[in-house]
Design a protein around this ligand. Sequence first.
Ligand code: HMG
Length: 446
Amino acid sequence: MVTVGIDALEIHTGKLALDLGETFAPAQGEDPDKYRKGLGLYSSSFPDAHEDIVTMGANAAYRLLKRKGLEPADIGRIDVATESAFDNSKPVSTYIAGCLEQVFDSNFHHANKGERKFACIAGTQSLDDAYNWIRAGRNRGRSALVIATDTALYARGDAGEATQGAGAVAMLISEDPSLLELSPEQGFGSADETDFLKPNQQFPSVDGKRSVQVYLARMREALSDFESVSGSMHPDDFAYVPFHTPFPGMVRKAALLGYRHIIRETPIEAELASEIGRQPRPEAFDDESTYLEAVREYTDELKTTDRYQQWYEAAIEPTLSISRSVGNWYTGSVHIARASALKHAAETDRQLTGKRLLVASYGSGAQAEIHAETVQSGWQEEIESLTIDEQLDKRHDISFEEYERIHDVHNHDLSASDVDSFTEPADEFIFDGWGEMGERQYTYAE
Ligand code: HMG
């Protein structure tokens, strides 16, 4: 059977940075440690005035196609995952293809284009669609371009404001991929939830505290469902476990839950028993609340064990590095977690070919998905081509007053147009004003 997976990827960060400890915290009257230690975030990325989901996605896709030496004829489908779309009919992929056609001599008229929506999990669902298209043999040797692009803004004053972010991840899905093979096995946890939604509005209605609990509940279901097809797992089966990362503090909670789940009935649970006892089993309790209290106590103890902490440092912490500097990218979030992990492996000379990742995606509303990925022999070269560190270094730091202005620029109800860009556009697609039918227009700035 032909292998299918991620052949290459590119990341584009919004070009502005808001320092959460230095700039945001004082304006909120909050302790900087709430953001740095509590949420685990140092700064957020924002799009400059000339950027939006189309330019960020097109810039990532263009770099990817150029670096791989590909032409439009090599691409059979373009799927964009986003929850920041500004058009209820025309998909963002058509806008992005239009941008790319300005710089290529040929067009994408032959490519099937679409847009995927299910909160943050839509990026992973688009990978699925591309995988299935290739597996079904409908791709005629061509690759799929999957672009996860979002400007994750909350209403001013919302508790989620600290977790904002903006950027795009472009991924090439191909036969015989150089980077990662995707497993056919998947696990799902999916339920009708109303913890985070945007009913015909740009900024989310969100019950933040409940959204954390819903994330954990759906993730637990997805893990059980994945185990039902993969067989029981051992934490050492996976070099890294990238999670959807709305903020690193969320992953701290999810990783602990995942570890507890995976070690149940394994020698690890038995080895830890002399230190912290065995995990509580529901049948040993008269009622659910006493059982859940015992689980909480066990989990608190588990977190303090050397064994858990060593696993966390090796398999989870490296997945958080980009997220700490950029915030939540919604559909792109789990994909920058995976990229952070692979970057860490390249930077520490870790031999990764043939090793596996467990990738845990999530979208509010709500659904979690878990699958495995096997690292392919071209991974190091691919990851060393990423320019994300340079992009992060070049971001323009904004003051709080500048942040307020740029939030207005990207607020669809205000679309404040009297704000000049903070950075000088060069070699990139830029937003160029509105056309006669209310469409957003773009050009390539040399
Ligand atoms: P909050 O009420 O501002 O923060 O909102 P808090 O008071 O809960 O504090 C946050 C953490 O910082 C806590 O840690 C505090 O203890 C700690 P925890 O107890 O949770 O481990 N803390 C400190 N630590 C050290 N020093 C200090 C300090 N002060 C406090 N001085 C909340 C937090 C997450 C609710 C908010 O940011 C929010 O509403 N965010 C948006 C929703 C969200 O991100 N939910 C995550 C799960 S849902 C999801 O991931 C889907 C999503 O990506 C959307 C999609 O799918 O499309 C959001």
